[in-house]
Structure formats: structure tokens, C-alpha cells
Design a protein around this ligand. Structure first.
Ligand SMILES: [Zn+2]
Length: 381
């Protein structure tokens, strides 16, 4: 059983794990400002016996997972609270205490930046695989290193595609801001975040300068790089100044009316002599793609949903939703692929936001967090 209490000095919380025998070992990880994870190793612990406490306002959720010889615990902290977690044995009982001390947000962000969340299901998968194996007695499960398991999950190349470029400016927005310039700035910020916080992931750009690249060529660059995720970054536009907000697209047969407008624009190729060519994917091409890439499509929809969550909930942008569309640029990348409309540069206030360093930082960090969560396989929603 677990109880929680406010610290007597009001500067934190204490979670008490009521145990009938001391744990063999325990460890606390803090992979994010809103997540504290623990492992408790003791053979007789059964998560079915653990009762959840009445969650206080400091916690969003506490969950338990069975892992070999112990349990894993996720403690989600309420959004506006920032705690440093440390665990210790209670001197008067077998209980284990987790002390949460209030900490400054920036300090906590610094402390958590190099820690990756533990994927509890990776323990379970390993355990199962060993049981299904060649009659092995399963002892190696004890030595299962979470890092070893994780290393097998390949996700090491992200391809970032800044839309348009060169003689193709993309949409022209309020005060003549150009889509091609904004999306290049945002793309580089996303790449910088990945390089800094996910050093094991390689970033490949389809363009790093103001140069024109064909839609098919962008997919080829991604395929040659053996990308695990393709992200095409764009800005939206409308004849009215009113519309605003982000949109996420992944390749598919279904399409809405609004998707049609965006597709026309993003599938348009501007030639050097200013002629334009309108590309379209046929129903048959799409069907073939869906059959061959159903797992990519599912993953694309998942990452699109995770980005929408980050834009809407974390970056406080208005999300216009996740949609399907026949985008040529996505069709040629053989990997999970999404197209992001980061906002309407035809809307004066959104144009200002998207050209500001602050706005670009918000958008890029939201995209980065979704990529990180996608890699860890623990996404919202
Ligand atoms: Zn575009």
C-alpha cells in the first residue's frame, strides 16, 4: 500500500511505500520534469497487492509495472509542480520513502535533460522472449539490462525536410514573409535540439540552405539516409487573414476539404522559369502505398497525434487537427512520415509569431518533444 503526504515544511511531498520486508535494492530516475520513475527489487512484491493512494494535487498519476524480480513505478507530477526525487529506507520500518523536494524549474530541466525514460514494457518483452526461447532456465532475465533492450530498438536517424527553397518561396505571408525562410529556421532549431539532447540520433536535412529540391528527391534523400522518421515542415496560408493554428498531415486515402487546399499548395512545384506544375498521386498509387506501408502509416498517425498534443497542450497553440492527405513529398519516403503546417503566415499575428525567435523556439521544441516521446515509445496521447 502507498500513502502520500505533504512535507511538514510545505516544500515538498513524501510518498511512503508500505512494505512487509525491506526491498533488496531500489533506484530513482528522473527522465523529465513531470516524471519520476523508480525500480524496487524484491521478489515477493506483487503489483496486484499495491493499492493506489488517494492522489493528491501534486500527482497526476502513479502506475506500477511488473518487471523481473521487482516492480517499476511511474509517478507523474502535476504540470506546475517541480520536484527533485530521492528515495531512502525508513529507519523505523521496512517502508521505503520517496522524498520530493521543490526545485526551480530551470534547475530541474537541467538535471533531467540527459536521462531517458525507462520503457517498462521492454522488460516484459524481454522476459517473454526468454520464456519462449530454447528451454533456457530464464536466469538471464535477472541480468536484463534495460539499456541493452533499448539499444535493440532502432531509431537513430531523423530526416528533417524544410519545405520549398530556392526559386520556390512556398507561401508568401503577411508583410511578405516567405514560408521557405521560416521553415528552414524552425527545421534547424529542431535539428539542434536533437543533436543536443538525443546525441545517439543522427539528423539529416533535405536542405540546409536556401536551395530548391524536387519533392521526389526529398524522399530519396531520406531513404538513402535510412531514416526512421521523416518530418516535412511547412507554413500554411489562406486568402483570408483570419485562419490560424497548426495542422498535422500523414499520407492516406482519406482527405478533408481543408486537406485538399493544403495538398494543392504543397504538391505544387515551382520551376526555375516560374512555371508551376501540379503533382497528384493517383488512387492506385495511394492504394499500393497503403498496402505496402500500413505499419508506417500507423506510426505516422501516431507521431502526428503526439505532435498535435505537444502543439496544443504544451506549446499553447491552436491545433486544427491531424488529417490525411495525398502529399507527394511523404509518398516517396519509406518510413513513418508527417507533414507539419506550423501555422498561417497569412494571419498577421501568427506571421509575427512564426518569424520571431521565441515562436520558432516554441514550435521547434514541441516538435522535438514529440520526436523524443516517439523514440521512447511512451507518447501522449
Ligand atoms: Zn509548404
Amino acid at each position: 500500500m502507498v500513502t502520500t503526504a505533504e512535507r511538514s515544511d510545505g516544500k515538498g511531498q513524501v510518498i511512503r511505500f508500505h512494505l512487509n520486508q525491506p526491498v533488496d535494492s531500489f533506484q530513482v530516475y528522473q527522465p523529465d520534469v513531470d516524471l519520476i520513475q523508480m525500480t524496487l527489487y524484491q521478489d515477493n512484491i506483487d503489483t496486484a497487492d499495491i493499492q493506489l493512494p488517494n492522489i493528491s494535487s501534486a500527482f497526476d498519476e502513479i502506475s506500477f509495472y511488473d518487471i523481473p524480480s521487482g516492480i517499476g513505478i511511474d509517478i507523474y507530477i502535476t504540470e506546475d509542480k517541480f520536484y527533485d526525487g530521492k528515495a531512502y529506507h525508513d529507519g523505523n520500518s521496512d517502508d521505503l520513502l520517496l522524498g520530493l523536494t521543490e526545485l526551480d524549474k530551470t534547475e530541474l530541466e537541467y538535471l533531467t535533460k540527459d536521462t531517458e525514460p525507462i520503457i517498462w514494457s521492454s522488460f516484459t518483452i524481454t522476459e517473454k522472449n526468454l520464456l519462449e526461447g530454447n528451454g533456457d532456465d530464464g536466469n538471464t532475465a535477472e541480468n536484463t539490462d534495460y539499456d541493452q533492450t533499448r539499444n535493440k530498438m532502432k531509431f537513430d536517424v531523423v530526416v528533417i525536410d524544410p519545405g520549398h527553397g530556392g526559386h520556390d518561396p512556398g507561401s508568401i505571408g503577411h508583410r511578405n514573409v516567405k514560408e521557405k525562410d521560416i521553415v528552414l529556421d524552425i527545421s534547424k532549431k529542431v535539428g539542434d535540439y536533437i543533436n543536443e539532447y538525443m546525441p545517439n540520433v543522427k539528423v539529416v536535412y533535405t536542405r540546409e540552405t536556401d536551395k530548391f529540391i524536387e519533392l521526389e528527391e526529398r524522399g530519396s534523400i531520406a531513404n538513402e539516409a535510412e531514416g526512421d522518421l521523416f518530418i516535412s515542415i511547412h507554413c500554411n496560408s489562406h486568402t483570408s487573414h483570419q485562419p490560424y493554428g497548426t495542422e498535422l498531415y500523414f499520407l492516406g486515402l482519406e482527405r478533408s476539404e481543408s486537406a485538399l487546399e493544403v495538398m494543392k499548395r504543397e504538391n505544387k512545384v515551382v520551376r526555375a522559369n516560374n512555371d508551376t506544375e501540379q503533382r497528384e498521386l493517383s488512387q492506385e498509387e495511394l492504394l499500393v502505398y497503403e498496402l505496402a506501408n500500413s505499419s508506417y502509416i500507423a506510426a505516422s498517425e501516431q507521431i502526428a497525434g503526439m505532435m498535435e498534443y505537444q502543439f496544443d497542450e504544451r506549446a499553447q497553440r491552436h491545433s486544427r487537427g491531424v488529417k490525411q492527405g495525398r502529399f507527394v513529398v511523404l509518398y516517396h519516403a519509406s518510413m513513418p512520415a508527417v507533414l507539419i503546417e506550423t501555422g498561417f503566415i497569412s494571419n498577421p499575428s501568427e506571421a509575427r509569431y512564426l518569424t520571431s525567435d521565441r515562436g520558432q523556439t516554441y514550435i521547434a521544441s514541441a516538435i522535438f518533444r514529440a520526436i523524443r516521446n516517439f523514440k521512447e515509445g511512451n507518447g501522449n496521447p
